[in-house]
Each structure stands twice: as structure tokens, then as C-alpha cells.
Design a protein around this ligand. Structure first.
Ligand SMILES: Nc1nc2c(ncn2[C@@H]2O[C@H](COP(=O)(O)OP(=O)(O)OP(=O)(O)O)[C@@H](O)[C@H]2O)c(=O)[nH]1
Ligand SMILES: [Mg+2]
Length: 462
């Protein structure tokens, strides 16, 4: 178990060279430790200086100068972590940063765990768990839309409605418990039940509102994965290169060129979309190809959509067998006819029948013709998921979505119980469980294991 009373330190800027590199130190001894290696250019040491000030000076090891630096001070609860914090702005060289960090550690600090500064901010009550998670989501936001959603969560736009729901549930619980404990003292005006139903319905509306963008939010966080699959030589890799606007995948006229999966990330309508080129599906010729085909099947399984590429110059199979087993169960399929520069083999009636199964796009990966139509079709499908107003709250993490869906289910269940005139005790149980689920989202109820899991995804120094 991690100790949160000691002082931690980490390099907060990415590895490599840069104009500035920052070392962060947080904890009760932060100022004293920094003072032991810092010689200010003018005036007093760090202890005794005001919060939110910058001091110029040198970091020294014995009498040897390691670097000329600026030090930022944030004292006590006014810092991000809620503890005394020192930020040392060094020149951004990895040797300098490592040396300064070593000195800080030799003088009493411990190396920080990933996300520990944010974890301390959470433990010190500066932010709730949704805001702590938003810090990581903001840093990792792959698109502008994802950044907007993360920043609004960081500002507490998810915490506020959850706090409101929690408060309303606590009031309802208090009323119900009073009725159970002191049935004679509670005035029964006859409207009591209707008032309770109205209150619970209002909570349901709030949870539904919060969940309405969950589908889009999940994509903003996890990305939308599209597998490019089909028979060997259909032109899958050529299509991937077109979508990537660069020669990423190897293209040859030998069937079975692609063995491994290859990923390309593209921003479509503000959504992070990952296209994955795969090995062509056929009866494998050898061990390596078999591995590639197994990988293709796994990729198809884990994808949100499949682009099925087919060479239009080849005779199509029977319409009954047109959708191969591997993609039949997929909800989202786009059929791409490639090599449209060559003579077309499928008949008009075949195309019409296929249209009933999935949308079709004609392309020529060689010239790039039709790629914009394919792009637009994907954009159109994605924009259906994107109904996000500027002030909307967007739940992005599956953890939040699952727990809020659980809350909504429990409230709906308590409404059913209430309408069927069952015992108040049964309703109380559901309300208590829904409070617990809300508490798990905000971090009011949590375990070390859950916190370890959440913060292990953070970078060191955040
Ligand atoms: N005429 C024509 N040839 C194409 C087109 N697109 C791809 N090709 C050619 O088709 C051959 C196969 O292309 P790839 O992109 O490697 O096909 P693939 O589906 O990735 O093939 P595997 O990785 O072997 O499964 C290459 O010779 C390409 O130049 C097209 O639009 N028109
Ligand atoms: Mg290929």
C-alpha cells in the first residue's frame, strides 16, 4: 500500500530534449527538500516565500552547478495536489532532469507512482474521482471533441448532476426510513406515494439525460474501430494507404501479402477512428498465414464496423452466401467494391439484392476514386451518434456508463416496487444500492484496488 504522508517527486515533462523540463515535488517536505539543493539568485530560500511565486537560482550538488532554474511554489491547499508543491523548471535535457531528480530523491523525496499527484489531489478532496479521471482523459484526448468533453468533466460538469442525484436519493431514503421506523409519526396525506413517484421519475430523467450521449462518449474515449477485411488481393492494404494518405501497408499482386494487422488512426467528425488492415480470409497456406487469419477474425470480432472489400472484376459468389460467416453477425458493415477501373462482374440485380443487406461504395484504390464517398458514409454513420450540444455532459468511460446505467435500473426498479404497493423496505434496498453506485462513480465509495487500477493508466508526474 502506498504511503501518502511522504514527499514525492517525478519528471513531469515527456522524455527527450526540449526548451524546458519540469520536475514536480509534492508533500510536506517539498520546500525543505528543494531548499537543500537550490541556491536562489537573490533573497531568501523557498521556505518563507509566498505561494504562487517564481524564484530564479541554481540547483547545486555540493558546490557544482547542475542547472540554472526557475522554481514555482504552490503552498498547501492552493496547489493541484492539495499539498506543498514545488515545480522546478530546468533546461529540458534528459541528463539535467535525471540529475536534479536524483538529488531531490537523495534529499528525502520518493519517486512518484503513475498518477500519484492526481491521486493525492483526490485523497485531499481537491477533486472527485470523475475529475481525476478527466485529467488523464484530457491529456490523452485524441480529438478536439474528446478534449471538450474531458475539460467539461474536469470542471465538475459530471460531478454536479451526480451530487444532485445523490442528495435527492438521500432525502428520499430519509423519508422512507422515517416511515419504516415511525409509521405513526409520518403524516399520510395520501399524496405521499405520488410525491415519491414524481421524485424518482425526476431522477430517472436526470440519469437518462446523462446517459444520452454515452454511445458517442465511449467512442471519444475508446475510439471507433473499423476492420478492413476481405479476400486476398482485393485491395485492402491499398485502401488503408488511401485512408492514411500515405504508404503504410505493403502492396503487391501476390495474394496473402498482409500477414499481420496494421493500424491507422484518422479523425472523422471529431471521432478518433482506427482502421485496421487485415490478412485476407481464405483457407490458410501454411502456419504463418493461419496465424494472420486467426488475427483477422479476432480483429473483426473486436471492431465496431467492418469494411468488406471485394474485387469488382471477379465473379461474386451466390447472393445467399454473399456475407461470409465471419461478418454476418456484425451490425455495421460497409461493402466496398474495389478495382472499379476494371470491367464490372456483378449484375445489376445482384447489386440491388446486396443493397438490402448493407450499404455499398464503389472505389478505385489505385486512383483514389470513391474514397471520399466512403469517408462520407463513415462520417454520416458516426455523426448519427454525435448529438452533443455545447453544454452537454458526455460520459466517456465505460466505468461511469455502467455504474450510471446500474443506478438508472435500480431507480426504475424501485418505481415498479412502489407502484405495486410492496413494502417500503424493498424500495429502501434499491435506493441504497443506487446511492452506492453513484458513490462509486464519484469516488465517495471506493477501494484501493479500484484506485490502483484507475491511476496506473496515468503518466508519471501527473
Ligand atoms: N486495377 C486495380 N488494381 C488494384 C486496385 N487496388 C489495388 N490493386 C492491386 O491489387 C493488388 C493487391 O492489392 P493489395 O492492396 O495488396 O490487396 P490486399 O487485399 O491487401 O491483399 P492481401 O494483403 O494479399 O490480402 C495489387 O497489385 C494492387 O496494385 C484498383 O483499384 N485497381
Ligand atoms: Mg494486404
Amino acid at each position: 500500500m502506498i504511503n501518502y504522508d511522504d514527499t514525492i517527486a517525478a519528471i513531469a515533462t515527456p522524455p527527450g530534449h526540449g526548451a524546458i523540463g519540469i520536475i514536480r515535488v509534492s508533500g510536506s517536505e517539498a520546500l525543505a527538500i528543494a531548499d537543500s539543493v537550490f541556491v536562489p539568485h537573490r533573497g531568501k530560500k523557498l521556505i518563507g516565500r509566498k505561494s504562487h511565486t517564481l524564484t530564479f537560482g541554481k540547483i547545486k550538488s555540493d558546490a557544482i552547478t547542475i542547472d540554472e532554474v526557475l522554481i514555482g511554489l504552490m503552498i498547501g491547499s492552493s496547489s493541484f495536489s492539495g499539498e506543498d508543491t514545488v515545480e522546478i523548471y530546468c533546461h529540458g535535457g534528459k541528463v539535467i532532469l535525471q540529475q536534479v531528480l536524483n538529488l531531490i530523491v537523495q534529499n528525502g523525496a520518493r519517486l512518484a507512482e503513475p498518477g500519484e499527484f492526481t491521486r493525492r489531489a483526490f485523497i485531499n478532496g481537491k477533486i472527485d474521482l470523475t475529475q481525476a479521471e478527466a485529467v488523464s482523459d484530457l491529456i490523452n484526448a485524441p480529438t478536439e471533441l474528446a478534449r471538450r468533453a474531458a475539460v467539461s468533466q474536469l470542471e465538475g460538469k459530471l460531478r454536479q448532476p451526480l451530487d444532485e442525484i445523490r442528495e435527492e436519493l438521500i432525502n428520499i431514503l430519509a423519508d422512507l426510513e422515517a416511515e419504516i421506523d415511525f409509521p405513526d409519526d409520518v403524516e399520510d396525506s395520501g399524496d405521499e406515494k405520488q410525491i415519491l413517484i414524481d421524485k424518482l421519475n425526476k431522477i430517472c430523467e436526470k440519469t437518462n439525460y446523462l446517459l444520452k450521449n454515452a454511445d458517442a462518449g465511449r467512442i471519444l474515449h475508446d475510439g471507433f474501430q473499423i476492420a478492413i477485411a476481405g479476400k486476398p488481393n482485393a485491395g485492402k492494404s491499398s485502401l488503408l494507404n488511401r485512408l492514411a494518405k500515405e504508404e503504410r501497408a505493403l502492396v503487391t499482386d501476390i495474394p496473402g501479402t498482409t500477414r499481420d494487422t496494421l493500424e491507422v488512426d484518422v479523425n472523422i467528425e471529431g471521432f478518433p477512428v482506427r482502421f485496421i488492415d487485415t490478412a485476407g480470409l481464405r483457407s490458410a497456406r501454411g502456419k504463418v498465414e493461419q496465424h494472420g487469419i486467426n488475427r483477422t477474425k479476432k480483429t473483426i470480432d473486436s471492431s465496431d464496423m467492418v469494411i468488406w472489400v471485394r474485387d469488382i472484376s471477379k465473379n461474386p459468389p451466390q447472393i445467399e452466401n454473399i456475407l461470409p460467416q465471419e461478418i454476418k453477425e456484425k451490425k455495421e458493415i460497409i461493402w466496398v467494391w474495389n478495382k472499379c477501373d476494371l470491367p464490372h462482374k456483378p449484375t445489376k440485380s445482384f447489386i440491388e439484392k446486396l443493397n438490402k443487406l448493407c450499404p455499398q461504395v464503389n472505389i478505385c484504390a489505385l486512383s483514389g476514386e470513391g474514397i471520399s464517398s466512403l469517408h462520407n458514409l463513415i462520417a454520416e454513420k458516426l455523426s448519427k451518434k454525435k448529438n452533443i450540444a455545447d453544454d452537454d455532459v458526455v460520459l466517456m468511460r465505460v466505468r461511469h456508463i455502467n455504474l450510471l446505467e446500474k443506478t438508472a435500473d435500480l431507480i426504475r426498479n424501485s418505481l415498479k416496487t412502489l407502484k405495486s404497493n410492496a413494502l417500503a423496505e424493498l424500495i429502501v434496498m434499491d435506493i441504497r444500492d443506487s446511492l452506492k453506485a453513484i458513490g462509486e462513480i464519484t469516488g465517495d465509495i471506493t477501494t484501493e484496488d479500484l484506485l490502483d487500477k484507475i491511476f496506473s493508466d496515468f503518466c508519471i508526474g501527473k
